[in-house]
Each structure stands twice: as structure tokens, then as C-alpha cells.
Write a protein that binds this ligand. Structure first.
Ligand SMILES: Cc1ncc(C[n+]2csc(CCOP(=O)(O)OP(=O)(O)O)c2C)c(N)n1
Ligand SMILES: [Mg+2]
Length: 508
């Protein structure tokens, strides 16, 4: 914990001033995600007028506790923003000096105002000197009841084609990822892994299905949505079959029932901790097996899809490198101790199909809102919290525009992370639909900018991969790794051409 806090404070202090608000917040989020423990951003001087010493009185502690109590953040994990008013950021005597006149005023009005201000001050700091409980607040995590677990056990025991969709919430404490993995393996149900659950089963596990999720959901007779919600990613629930029995588990009731009774209907809606539920489910179904042809059918569909990826990887592209091939080579080269940070449009969505995180809590992406610009902050938090990990960042060139300048930070503070930029000279995910729809590429075009040179200008190492170095991809990746191991941040600028890999997928 000490290291975690130390790393966070360092990450908060070192990023460039004009980006620090955003970058600090993201690095705190990355630390929370990669360690499974809450990360907090220490925000001194969030705005110029707030700069100055942090308060030495107890008032901010008092305010923070009140906020935490009322916001109910313990049930689900999410970023929480707490803004401290300026008048409680400073010590009592400083505020008193600013607020209350030093000499008692003479006139009636002056005395009235003074009386009002003294009262106001007393209210503001009321209770600030009373002892407050130290340490984290006790968490209030809802749990599935034994009856709910039993009903789910019965539903699953009768299933012929069960399927589990595991999402980020499954990785929240208190269940350690190893225990969750054992539970999922014991359960023996084929599963799709999303968010921070990606990588839970390692590489090429027979229960881990990666492709054709919609088709699998249509065929499954029982689906367990374990920390996965029916938002746009599941087509608001429409992707589920009306004849399937749906079990949904989530700590948050509102999230759990999102779009239910409109496009889908749960058979069992369990408001509770996902990891603990999975462990209990596995215990309740110990010894149960399902016909192997269902899992085999899903694996066969995976193999077919992956064969089409191989074909796409070998297709010639009009110019530069084939991104599918490049990403396949990244997948082959990625070390076991890596953390992947992904930030961009089509390039990183392609990577999501081809590159596998090597373990749970090792994949950081922009999340449901797809907010570009998370890369550098995530990389900073990940590397500081897990210094022994190799942090590999996959960027689109458009997204990298938000993160380039943080290479200055990485250089100054000797934070060796690696950025691989899929440079297709554009906001391709947007132009892919904009051009056919509106007939114009306006605001989507970029240039084949020398990002490796820009990084070198900031003092980082820069490498270029282009058509001329087509047979050097793995070598250049190894060179980048070596430079990182020698303590340097590295940018590999990979010039890529166009493929049809992402045609037909969402482009917003
Ligand atoms: C902050 C932010 N701005 C805009 C968008 C919309 N958006 C989604 S993908 C994308 C294009 C990203 O371009 P790039 O990173 O180069 O990836 P590519 O699609 O070219 O591989 C844009 C602009 C967004 N998701 N977040
Ligand atoms: Mg691009």
C-alpha cells in the first residue's frame, strides 16, 4: 500500500502542469484498475487560484468523509470527484484572518456583519477538531443470498448450452483474481471475458471464447451476465435470445436492470458482488459437467474466425504495412509480464481481436465512453504501480496527439513505457462512416507525422516501421523492449495502410 500511495503521489507531482489535472486523474484510475485497490488523486492546486499549501487543519478530512458517506461509492467502483471549497482548503487561522475584521467595527451595521462572519466561520469549521475515525471506511458490498445462489445453481444445472460473460466488476475486491480464475475453471462453462476480466484465463484457455459473441448468445440456453450490463455493447439486451434464461449479477441495481423488460428479461437478477457469486456458483455446481460439443462448437467458430484474420493479415495493402499483420506480430512478441494500454479507434479495436492480455487487470482501455486521450495517464499509473511490468501502449495516431507531450514527463522522470502507434494518417474510425455518409473527409485527415522524431525531440527513443522495414517488425519490437529495459521511454511509429477488418462495425 505504501508503494501504491508513493507511486501515486509521484505520478501526481510529475506530469506536466497544463495536462496534470487530466493525467493525474487517469493515472489514479489506472492504479486502481491494475492493483484492484482504490487509487486516489491528490489534487493540490487543481486551478491556479487554489495553488498554495494544502490545508493543515482537519476540515478537508471532515469534508472528504462526509462526501464519501453520502456518495455511496462502496457498492460499485467508479471515479468519484470530490471538490473541496476554497474556504476549507486553508487552516482555520488563515481563513479567520481573511474573513473576520482584526479590530471590532464601531457602527451597528459593522458589528452585525462581524457577528455574522464569526458565526459563519464557526459553522464552517464545526467539528473540525473533534477526533475522526482514521483509515478507510468499512465497505458495504451487497451479497447474493444463499437462496438466489441456489436458484441459479438449479437453472445452470439444467442448461445444455450455458455461457458466461464476465466483466470488470468480477475483478473487484474482495475476491482475488486467482480465486476467481479457479472458480471459472471449476465451473467449466465457456466464457467471454471483457474489460478488466480480459486475460483472466491466460492465453488460449479452452473455456475462453473470443470471437462471434452475438452468435454464441443467440444459441445459448442459459446466459450468466456476471458484471456485464445490457448497454450498447450488448445492443441494449437485444443481442440476447428471448428463449434463453438470463442470470444477471451486479452490485448496482440500476446498472443491472438497464433496458430490462424492454429488450430482454432476467430470469434471476442478483444484486451482489460478482466475484463472490461466481465462487459460490462454482461450489454449488461442483462435479457438474456439460456436454462438450457446445464448447467445441464455440471453439470451432473461434478457429474459423481466426482463420479469416490470418487471411486478412496476409492480404496486400495499397501502401505501408498491413495493420492486421503488425498486430499479429505484436501478439506473438508480447511478454508475459506486460500491461496493455490501448487508446484509439480502429487500430486498437482491431487489436482487441488479435492481442491478448497475459493476465487479468492487464488491459486498460478507454471504457464504455471510448474517451480518447487516456493512454499516457494510464501508462503512467500502470508503470508506477507495477514497476516490474512492461507497459505496452497501442495508440491510434489521432489518439496519440493527446499523449505525445507526456513523453516529456516520462523522459524527465525516467519512466520507461513503450508506445506503438498505428499511424494511418487519420481519424479512420470516424472517416470510415463519415465519408460514405456525407461524402467528405473533413476534419478526419491527419498526416503521416514523424511521431518517433517528435518523441526523440522530447528525449525519448524513437523508431520507425514502414514498408521498407516490413520484415523487421519483430526485430524493431525487440529493440524497443531492450531500450525500455535500459530505462528509456520509446515511441515506435508504425505506418499502416487500410484494410476492411473493421468494415461494418460501430464508427462514432
Ligand atoms: C475525446 C474523444 N474525441 C473524439 C472521439 C471520437 N473518436 C472515436 S475514434 C476516433 C478516431 C481515432 O483516431 P485514431 O486514434 O487515429 O484511430 P484510428 O481509428 O485511425 O485507428 C475519434 C475521433 C472520442 N472517442 N473521444
Ligand atoms: Mg488513425
Amino acid at each position: 500500500m505504501g508503494t501504491l500511495i508513493g507511486s501515486l503521489i509521484v505520478s501526481n507531482l510529475i506530469s506536466l502542469p497544463y495536462l496534470q489535472w487530466k493525467i493525474r486523474k487517469l493515472s489514479a484510475r489506472a492504479s486502481g484498475r491494475t492493483t484492484g485497490r482504490p487509487g486516489s488523486k491528490w489534487a493540490k492546486g487543481a486551478r491556479p487560484q487554489l495553488s498554495g499549501p494544502a490545508c493543515s487543519s482537519r476540515a478537508p478530512v471532515h469534508v472528504t468523509r462526509r462526501e464519501r458517506n453520502s456518495s455511496g461509492v462502496s457498492a460499485i467502483s467508479c471515479p468519484v470527484f470530490v471538490e473541496l471549497p476554497i474556504d476549507v482548503l486553508y487552516p482555520y487561522f488563515m481563513v479567520q484572518k481573511e474573513m473576520v475584521p482584526a479590530k471590532p467595527p464601531k457602527g451597528l451595521v459593522g458589528q452585525g456583519v462581524s457577528w455574522y462572519l464569526e458565526n459563519y466561520l464557526a459553522n464552517l469549521f464545526a467539528g473540525a477538531w473533534e477526533p475522526q475515525p482514521e483509515g478507510p471506511l468499512p465497505l458495504d458490498i451487497p451479497q447474493a443470498s444463499p437462496q438466489q445462489v441456489q436458484r441459479c445453481v438449479e437453472i445452470l444445472s439444467r442448461a445444455k448450452r450455458p455461457l458466461v460473460l464476465l466483466g470488470s466488476q468480477a475483478l473487484l475486491p474482495p475476491t482475488p483474481s486467482d480465486k476467481l480464475r479457479v472458480a471459472v475453471e471449476t465451473l467449466g462453462v465457456p466464457c467471454f471475458l471483457g474489460g478488466m476480466a480480459r486475460g483472466l484465463l491466460g492465453r488460449s484457455h479452452p473455456l475462453h471464447i473470443r470471437q462471434n459473441r452475438s452468435a454464441a448468445l443467440k444459441k445459448a440456453d442459459v446466459v450468466v451476465l456476471a458484471g456485464t450490463v445490457c448497454d450498447f455493447r450488448l445492443s441494449y439486451g437485444r443481442v440476447l435470445s428471448r428463449s434463453s434464461k438470463i442470470i444477471i449479477v451486479n452490485r448496482n441495481r440500476k446498472e443491472m436492470l438497464m433496458n430490462s423488460d424492454m429488450f430482454w428479461k432476467p430470469q434471476e437478477a442478483v444484486q451482489g458482488d460478482v466475484g463472490s457469486f461466481m465462487v459460490k456458483l462454482a461450489q454449488g455446481l461442483q462435479g457438474q459437467t456439460w456436454a462438450s460439443d457446445w464448447a467445441e462448437e464455440l471453439r470451432q467458430a473461434d478457429r474459423q474466425k481466426e482463420q479469416t484474420f490470418r487471411e486478412k493479415a496476409s492480404m496486400p495493402v495499397a501502401e505501408h504495412l498491413n495493420p492486421v499483420r503488425v498486430l499479429q506480430l505484436v501478439e506473438e512478441t508480447l511478454p508475459d509480464n506486460s500491461i496493455l494500454v490501448v487508446d484509439g479507434g480502429d487500430f486498437v479495436s482491431t487489436a482487441a481481436h488479435l492481442v491478448q492480455p497475459r493476465g487479468p487487470l492487464r488491459w486498460l482501455d478507454p471504457g464504455a465512453f471510448g474517451t480518447l486521450g487516456v493512454g499516457a495517464g494510464f501508462a503512467l499509473g500502470a508503470k508506477l504501480c507495477q514497476p516490474d511490468a512492461e507497459v505496452w501502449c497501442l495508440f491510434g495516431d489521432g489518439a496519440f496527439g493527446y499523449s505525445l507531450i507526456e513523453f516529456d514527463t516520462f523522459v524527465r522522470h525516467k519512466i520507461p513505457v513503450m508506445a506503438l502507434i498505428g499511424n494511418d494518417a487519420g481519424w479512420t474510425q470516424i472517416s470510415r462512416e463519415q465519408v460514405p455518409c456525407l461524402g467528405s473527409n473533413v476534419a478526419c485527415g491527419l498526416a503521416y507525422t514523424g511521431y518517433h522524431k517528435a518523441a526523440m525531440g522530447l528525449g525519448a527513443q524513437g523508431l520507425l516501421l514502414s514498408r521498407e522495414s516490413e520484415d523487421q517488425v519483430v526485430k524493431v519490437l525487440h529493440d524497443a523492449q531492450q531500450q525500455c529495459q535500459d530505462g528509456h521511454p520509446v515511441v515506435v511509429n508504425i505506418l499502416i495502410g487500410r484494410t476492411d477488418f473493421r468494415d461494418g462495425s460501430i464508427a462514432v
